[in-house]
Design a protein around this ligand. Structure first.
Ligand code: SAM
Length: 251
């Protein structure tokens, strides 16, 4: 297709057949899967996934690509939805939940997509996303490492993220300026915080990591964390030494 990649929608298309095969193997699609692909682009992943699953929907924001996909023979039978994934309710798609979610997504909306997944977690069972390598490192970071921070904690109370492999820029057209990683996401069976504590938790985690080198007793001064919690966690510690479960105890 003669389509000029649009930067504003993060259009970097996958062209390497070996990598496409590796991605499919990692997703491990099943004949019982109902699958949603976010940002199918020109359908490179779509056409390989379709024969392997029960039902498939794609959501694409670019009207030119939507028109192209609706006429594309190898993906006949796929439900092509035109829209912004961040406004899409998963239970309103033409496929039934629980859904497997897959996407080579625009990197500038990675965090919004992760929080969109968290909000709608009752409707999906596994998600596979392409992300910027550093973001993949942060999402799967162990406590105490350089990559461990706000994003690791905010997502880690709801999700389990595994980095599957890194991807160099050469496999895309046009080439992005950064390395990428393919990640697998599962929901924690029991989230570590309740939904109605989310806003407070967000503020605490933000405050803790905004002063990474400070002790919690200084950065969390204004939050009135109960004395017994402060003692059991030891508020002389720095934020990157607190596990995700310990952060959850703060609310
Ligand atoms: N999946 C294709 C591939 O791997 O070659 C294209 C990937 S490209 C990195 C990202 C795709 O997401 C583009 O087709 C872009 O138009 C689409 N997109 C960008 N923002 C979107 C949004 N908010 N909702 C749905 N699709 C979006």
């Amino acid at each position: 297709m003669k389509h000029f990649a649009k930067k504003k929608w993060g259009q970097n298309f996958l062209i390497d057949p070996n990598l496409l095969r590796k991605i499919i193997r990692t997703i491990d699609p099943k004949k019982s899967d109902n699958l949603l692909e976010i940002g199918p682009g020109e359908g490179a992943l779509t056409e390989r996934l379709l024969p392997l699953v029960k039902e498939m929907a794609v959501i694409e924001i670019d009207p030119v690509l939507v028109e192209y996909l609706r006429d594309l023979d190898p993906i006949k039978g796929v439900h092509v939805v035109h829209g912004d994934v961040l406004w899409q309710d998963l239970d309103k798609l033409p496929i039934d939940p629980p859904i497997k979610v897959v996407g080579n997504i625009p990197y500038n909306i990675t965090s919004p997509i992760l929080f969109w997944l968290i909000e709608q977690r009752q409707y999906w069972k596994e998600a596979f996303l392409m992300v910027q390598k550093e973001v993949g490192d942060r999402l799967s970071a162990e406590v105490g490492t350089k990559s461990y921070g706000r994003l690791s904690v905010m997502t880690g109370v709801f999700l389990e993220v595994e980095k599957c492999f890194n991807i160099p820029p050469e496999v895309f057209v046009p080439r992005p300026k950064v390395d990428s990683a393919f990640i697998k996401i599962k929901r924690l069976e029991k989230p570590l915080i309740a939904d109605d504590h989310f806003d407070k938790f967000e503020k605490i985690v933000r405050a803790a990591f905004s002063k990474r080198r400070k002790m919690l007793q200084n950065s969390l001064q204004s939050f009135n964390i109960p004395k017994e919690v402060q003692d059991s966690i030891d508020f002389r510690r720095r934020p990157e030494t607190l596990s995700i479960a310990e952060f959850a105890e703060l609310v």
